[in-house]
Write a protein that binds this ligand. Structure first.
Ligand SMILES: [Zn+2]
Length: 460
């Protein structure tokens, strides 16, 4: 089924296909980073505001002595402080805030005395906690999707490449969950452990630099500048984390897929250009046996921001499909995969039912809406509300891609910007700043008529 059946061209063919696939997965990571940077910038703006308000309140001539900063809040200020802590706790209960932090907030709210400086530190830490809780949700969704797409699309490329297909079991929660919780670096940390470590580092450096700025008598501007430097370096750590963890999940997906398909060897494929690292330049073209596949050691990523991927290595490509057809234990039915078969068609034909947690999130993250936005995440209760109303994934995607009408963005009761994508069947509520699908409901008959759609009840 390949243009030229000699071995050299085969190797080039696989390398090219796998690089294209890998680049598409990388692009999704880059899109997510863009979203993450917006979140960092927003948190930085809040922090800047908090610090200036605090200085306005306590500083004379824009500078505050360390002794002044350590004075206790007055009874009135303490009451006000407790009120905002209560608000933080409430927010923590509806989002993915670390349980340890919520406990700390509860303790803080019970304290009889608190210094001005500690009150400010707690306020700033809340910003860091919210920021990182959001990252945990967003990165979890991105990595799940990277793994699943990496797995299926690799299988598609391999079966189409050898021209032979057989049925594969759809991924289930166990497989994806295992891939996500499998540490691949020597420190044994998973991506969530890394996010919390980044948060701890940010909180520590903000506290240190804020205290030092006050001791130096820097004034509000100096203190803000010091903290903004911490925010910038935390932002770049977060971006690196996203790219490196998604590269690791893409690599793990290729490993699991090659093993499932019976691929026996793989080859390292580095993108060779002026910024390719020495390690990747040296490993490019090296062939390994599948049992040797170890993410981060004999398989990418080999370093942060690594763009290297792997491709299957066949001495005799035709052998793979033949082996599958001869395997009496699996009873696989082998059929021809035409060269021009498209991915959705292939998936429909060769992948059996998948049982994944968050199936809607899997399907809609990465969808480009009719307004040009790219969906980056879904709210915690989105799955439940869609499932309860019995929408198919296609109906939800249709509402986002081809809505009858999109409403103007309005600010809801909780201060969040939201907009409705009114589809033929589903209406999806969308936060256009976070690019998050929030909830949804059945589009009413009146609205269908109003926006010129044909009611789904009248179609077959
Ligand atoms: Zn590399």
């Amino acid at each position: 089924m390949l243009p030229a059946p000699n071995r050299m061209n085969n190797a080039e063919y696989w390398a090219r296909r796998m690089v294209i696939l890998h680049t598409a997965l990388e692009d999704r990571g880059l899109e997510y980073i863009h979203n993450l940077e917006t979140q960092f910038d927003r948190a930085a703006a809040s922090i800047e505001r908090d610090i200036s308000v605090w200085y306005q309140r306590y500083a004379d001539n824009n500078a505050i002595s360390y002794a002044e900063a350590r004075k206790r809040l007055t009874a009135g200020e303490l009451k006000e402080f407790r009120w905002s802590v209560k608000e933080y706790i409430r927010r923590g209960q509806e989002s993915a805030l670390d349980g340890r932090w919520v406990k700390e907030l509860e303790n803080a709210s019970a304290r009889m005395h608190i210094s001005r400086l500690d009150a400010l530190k707690l306020q700033l830490q809340q910003q860091a906690e919210v920021l990182h809780g959001g990252q945990l949700d967003g990165l979890d969704a991105l990595l799940r999707r990277t793994y699943a797409d990496g797995f299926y699309q690799t299988a598609f490329e391999v079966q189409r490449g050898i021209g032979t297909g057989w049925t594969l079991h759809g991924l289930n929660e166990g497989t994806v969950g295992k891939a996500l919780s499998r540490p691949w670096t020597t420190d044994g940390r998973t991506f969530s452990g890394r996010i919390w470590a980044n948060r701890d580092a940010l909180v520590r450096s903000v506290n240190t630099h804020l205290t030092q700025a006050i001791i130096r008598g820097d004034g509000a501007r100096g203190a803000i500048d010091a903290v903004m430097r911490d925010m910038r370096s935390s932002k770049s750590n977060a971006a690196r984390l996203v790219m490196t963890e998604s590269a690791a999940l893409a690599s793990a997906a290729q490993k699991d897929c090659f093993n499932t398909l019976g691929v026996e060897r793989y080859v390292i494929v580095a993108t060779l250009d002026s910024i390719t690292s020495d390690v990747c330049r040296d490993l490019d073209g090296k062939v390994f046996r599948m049992p040797e596949y170890a993410v981060g050691v004999t398989a990418p990523p080999f370093h942060p921001w690594c763009r290297t991927c792997t491709a299957p290595w066949f001495e005799d490509m035709a052998g793979l499909g033949e082996r599958a057809s001869r395997d009496p234990a699996t009873g696989k039915t082998v059929t021809d995969v035409p060269k021009d078969m498209k991915y959705p068609e292939w998936k429909e034909k060769y992948v059996t039912q998948e049982t994944l947690k968050k199936p809607y999130a899997f399907a809609i993250i990465g969808v480009r809406t009719s307004t040009g936005a790219i969906v980056q995440s879904v709210a915690g209760h989105f799955e439940d509300s869609m499932d309860k109303r019995g929408f198919s994934i296609a109906e939800v995607i249709d509402a986002l891609e081809h809505p009858l009408h999109v409403t103007e963005t309005v600010i809801d009761a909780r201060g969040r910007p939201s907009q409705q994508f009114i589809g033929v069947r589903a209406t999806v509520v969308y936060n256009s700043v976070d690019n998050t699908a929030v909830t949804g409901w059945l589009t009413g008959e009146k609205r269908i008529k109003k926006y010129g759609g044909v009611s789904s009840e009248n179609t077959t």
